[in-house]
Write a protein that binds this ligand. Sequence first.
Ligand SMILES: *Cc1c(COP(=O)(O)O)cnc(C)c1O
Length: 392
Amino acid sequence: MSDLSTALVHDDYEPPAGFRAPQPGIFKASTVIFPNVAALRSRDWRRRDGYTYGLHGTPTTFLLEERIARLEGGRHAVLVPSGLAAIALVGQALLSPGDEVLLPDNVYGPSREFARHELARWGVTHRPYDPLDAAGFAALIGPATRLVWLEAPGSVTMEFPDLAGLVAAARSRGVVTALDNTWGAGVALRGFGLGIDIVMQALTKYPSGGGDVLMGSVVTQDAALHERIKLTHMRLGLGVGANDAEAVLRGLPSMPLRYAAQDAVARRLAAWLATQPAVAQVLHPALPGSPGHEHWARHCSAAAGLFSVRFRRDIDAARVHAFCDALRLFKLGYSWAGPVSLVVPYDLNPMRGAAAAADAAAGTELVRFSVGLESADDLQADLAQALASMGG
Ligand SMILES: *Cc1c(COP(=O)(O)O)cnc(C)c1O
């Protein structure tokens, strides 16, 4: 089935005999019971034709793994208890002392912290690269570079990377590439067609859609790469609960609809905010003029319901915070892709320079919006009243 919406609803599922409901059953167990010692000794936890122990997979987690692998256009998936755990798992499975990982300079903050503190303690170094400069990136790849991390777009400053150029440079040097596809979610962007080796996602965001689950996935095409990740996953004891898996299975069929709805409203609000006198810059990869827009246009036809705004330089941080405090429907909170619209102010100073350099008329306080499922008119009215109360 080529259409994602249809495929997510009509995914293969074999219900228990006599109960032909399309919704999958939820199975829970620490161990399974083996019929005899021979079966206990011979059953291989890595094979999917038999079960051994809950941590190594249940019918529920196997089904979700298969659906996530298909969503991303890959073959194999493992599930972990959060998106951040998926990031950590990739590093732990692939990197050894003396190795280096290259991280985009607009990378998801906790991903950088994992490299700075955990990878560093294990003797793995990291260097930042500018995701808009593929030539400069190619020059950074050295003999110790074992992994190139990609994120599209940077989840706060929203620059869309030159994915084609970055992947080509990494591949020409034989370096493994991994994409944080939380934003693209397998809907707006799929990594394997671009030649990316590993695609992780925070299922916490779009696949769940409820704002009530934390989970991550690591998807691969290559069986040997999957095996390395799966073995590390097993040794670390990473597993997910059946109720959480159920929540994500339930979210998947409505994901393309939610994605499209949040995309449309986010673009409308971003375009409206760009016309407001207090606003100096709107960062949304689908808006012409936003950093990396041309790369977004090359690789994507849709965008997540996420954008950032920078106010005029004369509007100080206290007024920006007052604007955020005045919002009523947009709640102050991290995360995104759930039903509730969210907003977070960030200080750009410790972050990368491209967005800052792009518009010197803008202040250094950046406000990141995540659009929920409320009506676009209500959300726009909320932004308007908060702008008015700020004196913008
Ligand atoms: C939220 C997020 C993560 C981490 O997901 P958690 O489930 O919250 O740990 C990773 N990458 C990006 C881009 C995210 O937005």
